[in-house]
Design a protein around this ligand. Structure first.
Ligand SMILES: [Zn+2]
Length: 119
């Protein structure tokens, strides 16, 4: 299940940024070409997050549409998915310029006040 590997990356990135604070919500942007199934990613995220500062955090998944540049005719445009073909000329020699991303866009961290009340 490749969502598990993606969830592990998300947790690793978020943990680094959180620096020990609890994370309440993580917003990620995933390229369309990664073919992530949101429900599977949410499930994997819950598993991987257990016992970390992300335990119980909400995962918000945004999708980045795929785009490519055709090496044959030079057209840049959206891609529908695999197989990657140019919408203008139908050529197969398409360079992917968007859609393979995996980014952590934002983290909602526990506030100082909440930390104080929790102790
Ligand atoms: Zn083309």
């Amino acid at each position: 299940m490749h969502e598990l590997a993606i969830a592990e990356s998300i947790v690793a990135i978020a943990e680094r940024h959180a620096a020990g604070r609890r994370v309440r919500r993580v917003e990620v942007a995933v390229g369309h070409l990664r073919q992530v199934v949101p429900s599977a990613l949410e499930f994997a995220f819950e598993l991987v997050a257990q016992g970390t500062v992300l335990d119980g955090a909400e995962l918000a998944i945004g999708e980045i549409p795929a785009a490519g540049r055709c090496r044959a005719c030079g057209t840049e445009g959206g891609l529908d998915g695999f197989p990657l073909t140019c919408r203008a000329c139908g050529g197969w020699d398409v360079e992917v310029i968007a859609g393979e991303e995996l980014r952590v866009e934002s983290l909602d961290l526990e506030t100082e006040e909440e930390i104080a009340h929790g102790r």
